[in-house]
Design a protein around this ligand. Structure first.
Ligand code: GDP
Length: 304
């Protein structure tokens, strides 16, 4: 088995390719939950949702969030009644958030709720949250501190970022199922996700780094030059005192990473890195990158 550490866009694109090369049950995914939030009484776990919908075949791959062909009747009706949701939630998507909220209210852990949802959706891959504890990424802009989703969705990233805050400040325990997945994997892939908001929250969970040190770890850079392929990773890297490029990403993951992959176009040199076309503009490009990574792992004698 091989496990991916994932956010909600770059790594899911790589997972799209991995599933063309491996049966779903041989794929594990440990997912960031530091962007989770409750809206209208229901529980959104944006990155888990994206990964689940990818594996269930429901994902809207134009946006990399929400379900394809969804309707927005509830969102629009609620707006008429004065409920302004700052995230446009589809009706079928909302059903998942309702179900998760209910499971959590009944006392299930987030891992337990995720397992139950995956089973109900007929998903063969093993998808688990990084932790069952509540972790949030907050953005401080001047004197205002907001949830990451408020910064990125409500404000469209159009406010200066003075600080990226993780709450709580001290590490939480990783989820047991997440640790089991990593422990059972012959290799772990850190996909091309946002290092600050998607990958570091996973690496910060107690127990994850120690396990990764014993595993063969491949990481793919989300940067080409001084810009990420998409999203706010550049701004957030700078706010944390890092240069916005692949060298700094490698530095953040070092010494966990055994193999670092950067794009063939990337002008930044990372000593020892492998080069490949990492721009996953369609399913075939995702497959090519996934196959390249799997072949590198296999060439080192590991079974995946
Ligand atoms: P989020 O949870 O929606 O922020 O998504 P992730 O953290 O999983 O992914 C966001 C990161 O994916 C950004 O930093 C992008 O640069 C990166 N990304 C998106 N598409 C691609 C791609 O095709 N190739 C590479 N190398 N990175 C990508």
């Amino acid at each position: 088995m091989i496990t991916f550490l994932s956010g909600g866009t770059g790594t899911p694109k790589l997972l799209r390719g991995a599933r063309m090369e491996l049966p779903d049950p041989q794929i594990g995914v440990v997912v960031n939950t530091a962007e989770d939030l409750w809206i209208s009484g229901n529980h959104l776990s944006p990155d888990i949702d994206t990964v689940m919908y990818l594996f269930s075949g429901d994902l809207n791959t134009d946006t990399w969030w929400g379900m394809k062909d969804d309707t927005f009747a509830t969102h629009e009706e609620a707006k008429k009644l004065g409920v302004e949701e700052f995230i446009r939630i589809g009706d079928r998507d909302r059903a998942v958030h309702i179900a998760r909220g209910e499971l959590l209210r009944r006392g299930l852990s987030l891992s337990g709720a995720t397992e139950q949802l995956c089973r109900a959706m007929g998903i063969g891959a093993r998808i688990f949250p990084m932790s069952d504890a509540e972790v949030r990424t907050l953005i401080r802009s001047g004197t205002t501190t907001m949830h990451f989703q408020e910064y990125w969705v409500k404000n469209r990233g159009n406010v200066p970022v003075d600080e990226v805050i993780r709450s709580p400040a001290s590490p939480v325990d990783a989820g047991d199922p997440a640790l089991t997945l990593i422990g059972e994997s012959s290799a772990v892939v850190i996909g091309p996700s946002n290092p600050i908001t998607s990958i570091l929250p996973i690496l910060e969970c107690r127990g994850v780094r120690e396990l990764l040190e014993e595993r063969f770890v491949v990481a793919v850079s989300p940067f080409i030059g001084d810009a990420p392929v998409s999203g706010p990773a550049g701004e957030l890297m700078k706010a944390r005192g890092f240069e916005p490029n692949s060298r700094a990403v490698h530095g953040i993951y070092d010494p966990l990473v055994d193999l670092f992959v950067q794009d063939i176009r990337d002008p930044v040199t990372v000593p020892g890195a492998l080069r490949f076309d990492t721009l996953m503009t369609g399913p075939e490009k995702s497959r090519d990158l996934a196959r390249f990574i799997l072949n590198e792992i296999r060439s080192r004698g590991m079974a995946v």
